[in-house]
Design a protein around this ligand. Structure first.
Ligand code: NAD
Length: 300
């Protein structure tokens, strides 16, 4: 298939590389020149604009930071037209970014008015999953469009879910990430308490993994440096899933709770923790660096 891929960041770059690896013709665009150069070396072709990448493609995949970027791409911004008004062809539109369900429904609605299908298809599984092609895709939108997207999704992911109509993929993803934010901060809190009381963090982690406190953060993303080889914590929290992106997702959960009059006391606690951590200058570090918030004044 001829596929356009817009947004070659921590997640998008390995996802696009997997599409190339699966034999698709991939044309990429990112604002960062070096990101495109790397994909070109891996067999993709490079475009000079999102429109050039998307024109003539059968599928357009976007993997951008937040809703504002996704709306700008498809709907336009500051008087400039977006892809929906510029495209002369009719590709299937597949946005894998995590954005609000309202933004996803807005773009899907505008796309539908122009006879285009748009799926919200946020992912779970992190950079490890993106590289290995084992991401979970949580898709909202038309069932026929979902079936049409399957071969593309299967080249990048292992578990595919059709969550329901437009926006449902984002709702499910936001619920998941709210839980992840709670689990990561709770795990960091428990580790800090143990270490302050003489425990070795590796020993404590192993005990909790095998006990009722076991969870994904402990199993595959331990926040304490040196406990888990290859974890973000063991490389000074560089790369990974950024604190600012987690703060964004917890903000989306908070907005969703306000709109639906749901009560999310644990989620709002986690949002405040990650917002504070970001305000202290850690927005560009992996989100497991929330551990350092609990370690302040450790030696005193
Ligand atoms: P990132 O910041 O690493 O990458 C975003 C990329 O988009 C950058 O390369 C940037 O240059 C590019 N970009 C921004 N505006 C653009 C535009 N107008 N045109 C072309 N390119 C543009 O972010 P990421 O970690 O890859 O995350 C992307 C999305 O996936 C986010 O919504 C995030 O919440 C979600 N997500 C991330 C992870 C993770 O582990 N990093 C996991 C699941 C979901």
């Amino acid at each position: 298939m001829q596929i356009a891929f817009i947004g070659l960041g921590n997640m998008g770059a390995p996802m696009a590389a997997n599409l190339v690896g699966a034999g698709h013709q991939v044309r990429v665009f990112d604002l960062v020149e070096s990101a495109m150069a790397t994909l070109e070396e891996q067999g993709a072709s490079r475009a000079s604009s999102a429109l050039e990448a998307a024109e003539g493609a059968e599928v357009v995949v976007s993997m951008l930071p937040a809703g504002a970027h996704v709306k700008a791409l498809y709907l336009g911004r500051d008087g400039a037209e977006g892809l929906l008004d510029q495209l002369s062809s009719r590709p299937l539109l597949l946005d894998a970014s995590t954005i609000s369900p309202d933004d996803a429904r807005l773009v899907a609605g505008e796309a539908a008015k122009r006879g285009l299908a748009y799926l919200d298809a946020p992912v779970s599984g992190g950079i490890g999953g993106a590289k290995a092609g084992t991401l979970t895709f949580i898709v909202g939108g038309d069932a026929d469009a979902y079936e049409q997207a399957r071969p593309v999704l299967e080249a990048m992911g292992k578990n595919l879910f059709h969550a329901g109509p437009s926006g449902s993929g984002q709702v499910a993803k936001i619920c998941n990430n709210m839980l992840l934010g709670i689990l990561m901060s709770g795990t960091a809190e428990a580790l800090s308490l143990g270490v302050k009381n003489g425990m070795d963090p590796a020993v404590l982690s192993e005990i909790m993994k095998q006990s009722s406190g076991g969870n994904w953060a402990l199993n595959v993303y331990n926040p304490w440096p040196g406990v888990m080889e290859g974890s973000a914590a063991s490389r000074d929290y560089q790369g990974g899933f950024l604190t600012d992106l987690m703060a964004k997702d917890l903000g989306l959960a908070w907005e969703l709770a306000l709109e639906s009059r749901a009560s999310v006391p644990m989620g709002s606690q986690a949002r405040n923790l990650f917002a504070l951590h970001s305000a202290q200058g850690n927005g560009g570090l992996d989100f497991s660096s929330i551990q350092s918030l609990y370690r302040a004044g450790e030696s005193s």
